[in-house]
Design a protein around this ligand. Structure first.
Ligand code: ADP
Ligand code: MG
Length: 474
């Protein structure tokens, strides 16, 4: 696979594009670019899969820019799942066209329709958009897809899933003069590849072997933590960030994004929430200030999971685990871009256990379960306090296991149970299984009484010694 190094100059790209590539500081193509660009330049249909942050935009952008000419009618269309991504893709293509003079127009919802229509009516060569608004503009007669030669899907698996498929198909069917189709993503589930065949007859697949997803240099960890202490754990991770680090925190609902950014604010941690219910202008301003490094923590829904290229993101946190395994790959792929290093943390509650196992086995990842990072030197207090979360440490019968520092030789089980019952004045039923080792004993206590029992045990002495109760994780 690793062919000899290819230079952009060996391709004899159109002059404007060659000099734009150079002006961008791109010294050589990335692997996906090296493989996909020559195929796409021959006019072939290409399905390109490559890890997050590996330059897929350039891989479809360069051949598209070469094929189009400044004549004011749409010749290529790129569809993206989010408005922010459409903006970003259009910007990248704009910077890659140099002085070629193509009109690259974005078409996406949440913005002034009239203005967008006016720009389209003035002439567009390349359209980058989200499906809903593209359909709208086409139906209103502001966008003529009849002259489209090149049809491209970024985040193609997302574009072909149930949510977008009908819209994408509609647009596709409005392009009878289409000559070439390009599809790119970091993930391509088999059913999506099957669906993709509806769009292409003989496509060339550029993929990593076995369609196995490569994960960039991202250190991944899971923290076993209950709902009640996710905020505490997040505080710990934030503590470890350097001054220039940036963090993207994913939560599963818009409401939770709001609550979370607000709560962080109460702890004097500045974070801004990003989700689909915010006005479009605001969404774009947030992304812009994140890209410029003015915002260091953004809390978002999956609206930020795909495609966004913010090279300063050093930390991704799954405050909630995503429901599907693909999302995990895309979310953590917001860090570790273009070979940089990144950290991804996932909070895993007890119910999440099967889900994280599914994620790691699907992608063949090892995601070690670790504790929350310790407080760094010089910080002596948690930015966000830890709370008792007995539910997380109790078993299905509501029992919490305590480890006590007495062994078989110090006491019988019965003696110990009677002592606890008497000291704490709790009914026998509150005390469950007891198991003893040579120098420690594990005692189950019902969750409703456990806090109290711990306090009592700590305060009293058993045969003249302190029992130092510790909670054993369920
Ligand atoms: P992907 O779509 O694969 O996630 P992007 O297309 O967003 O990745 O590219 C990631 C970053 O790498 C962008 O900032 C892009 O400008 C940059 N990039 C792309 N190709 C090259 C290259 N050949 N050399 C250097 N930087 C590149
Ligand atoms: Mg991309």
């Amino acid at each position: 696979m690793n062919a000899a190094r290819v230079d952009f100059s060996s391709w004899d790209l159109q002059e404007h594009i060659a000099s734009a590539v150079q002006a961008n500081g791109w010294s050589e193509p990335t692997e996906i670019q090296r493989e996909a660009i020559p195929l796409a330049r021959q006019g072939l249909d290409v399905v390109g899969q490559a890890r997050t942050g590996s330059g897929k935009t350039g891989a479809f952008g360069i051949p598209i820019l070469e094929r189009c000419s400044p004549k004011g009618t749409p010749q290529a269309i790129v569809l993206c799942p989010t408005r922010e991504l459409a903006v970003q893709v259009a910007e990248e293509m704009e910077s890659l066209q140099g002085g070629k003079g193509l009109s690259i127009q974005t078409v996406y919802g949440g913005t002034d329709l009239e203005k967008q229509a006016k720009r389209l009516n003035q002439g567009a060569d390349i359209v980058v958009g989200t499906p809903g608004r593209v359909i709208d503009m086409t139906k209103r007669g502001h966008l003529d897809l009849g002259g489209i030669n090149l049809f491209c899907l970024d985040e193609a698996d997302r574009m072909l899933d149930m949510g977008f498929f009908p819209d994408v198909l509609w647009i596709f069917e409005q392009t009878p003069n289409r000559e070439q189709t390009l599809m790119f993503s970091a993930t391509f589930p088999q059913e999506v590849l099957d669906a993709a065949d509806e769009f292409m007859s003989e496509s060339v697949h550029v993929m990593s072997e076995d369609m196995e997803v490569e994960i960039p240099e991202i250190e991944q960890f899971a923290i076993h933590v209950g709902r009640a202490n996710k905020l505490w754990a997040l505080g710990r991770i934030i503590c470890t960030m350097g001054d220039d680090d940036q963090m993207l925190v994913f939560s599963n609902t818009k409401r939770m994004v709001e609550i979370l950014s607000e709560r962080l604010g109460k702890f004097r941690i500045s974070a801004i929430g990003l989700h689909g219910d915010l006005p479009q202008g605001k969404r774009e301003r947030i992304i812009e200030s994140f890209k410029e490094g003015r915002e260091s923590i953004v809390v978002a829904t999956d609206v930020a999971a795909r495609g966004l290229d913010v090279d300063g993101i050093t930390h991704v946190v799954n405050y909630d685990l995503p429901d599907d395994t693909e999302s995990y790959v895309h979310r953590i792929g917001r860090t570790g871009r273009m070979g940089r290093k990144g950290h991804a943390w996932s909070f895993v509650t007890r119910e999440d256990q099967p889900l994280i196992e599914k994620i790691s086995s699907t992608w063949n990842l090892s995601i070690p379960v670790v504790g929350a990072p310790p407080l760094p030197d010089g910080v002596d207090r948690d930015p966000i306090g830890r709370r008792d979360d007995w539910d997380e440490v109790s078993d299905a019968f509501g029992m919490v296991t305590l480890r006590l520092s007495v062994g078989k030789s110090d006491s019988s089980k019965l003696e110990l149970a009677e002592w606890i019952a008497k000291q704490a004045r709790v009914a026998d039923i509150v005390i469950g299984e007891i198991s003893q080792g040579d120098d420690e004993t594990e005692v189950e206590i019902h969750v409703e009484k456990v806090a109290y029992v711990i306090d009592v045990i700590k305060a009293r002495e058993f045969n003249g010694r302190s029992l130092t109760p510790e909670i054993v994780d369920a």
